[in-house]
Design a protein around this ligand. Structure first.
Ligand code: DGP
Length: 111
């Protein structure tokens, strides 16, 4: 837990954010600034500032194994996953999170 981290506060249930999924390792909630009709974030409960701080396979497994379960719960079969790592890549919240977006067409490469 990092005391000044907004996503730690969310994971710790300090901000009354509604979870669309929770297990013992991760939580998922809708993005405040959705970029698609479906846009949620999956975060580990444990604080890692970014992808670069994750050293265990388990952490990735916890995050990514939750995604298809959430997708099934929401009834989505096609979606884009994005992890921004570092300021130049668009990371604004320094607690690793996976964006999951669906419900529209996506272009490639992403801008
Ligand atoms: P990124 O730019 O990859 O670091 O994405 C951060 C995302 O987090 C951005 O899409 C907006 C979202 N976000 C920031 N603060 C909050 C918050 O307090 N609640 C929710 N639900 N989402 C937030």
């Amino acid at each position: 837990m990092s005391s000044d981290c907004i996503f730690c506060k969310i994971a710790n249930k300090e901000l009354n954010t509604e979870f669309i999924y929770e297990d013992d390792k991760v939580v998922a909630f809708n993005d405040l600034s959705p970029q698609a009709p479906v846009h949620f974030l999956v975060i580990p409960k444990k604080h890692y500032s970014s992808m670069n701080d994750i050293t265990s396979k388990e952490a990735f497994g916890d995050i990514f194994s939750a995604i298809p379960k959430i997708a099934e719960k929401l009834g989505i079969k096609e979606y884009r996953t994005v992890v921004n790592t570092g300021v130049s890549a668009g990371q604004t919240v320094f607690h690793i999170h996976v964006h999951v977006m669906s419900g529209r067409e996506f272009t490639w490469p992403a801008g």
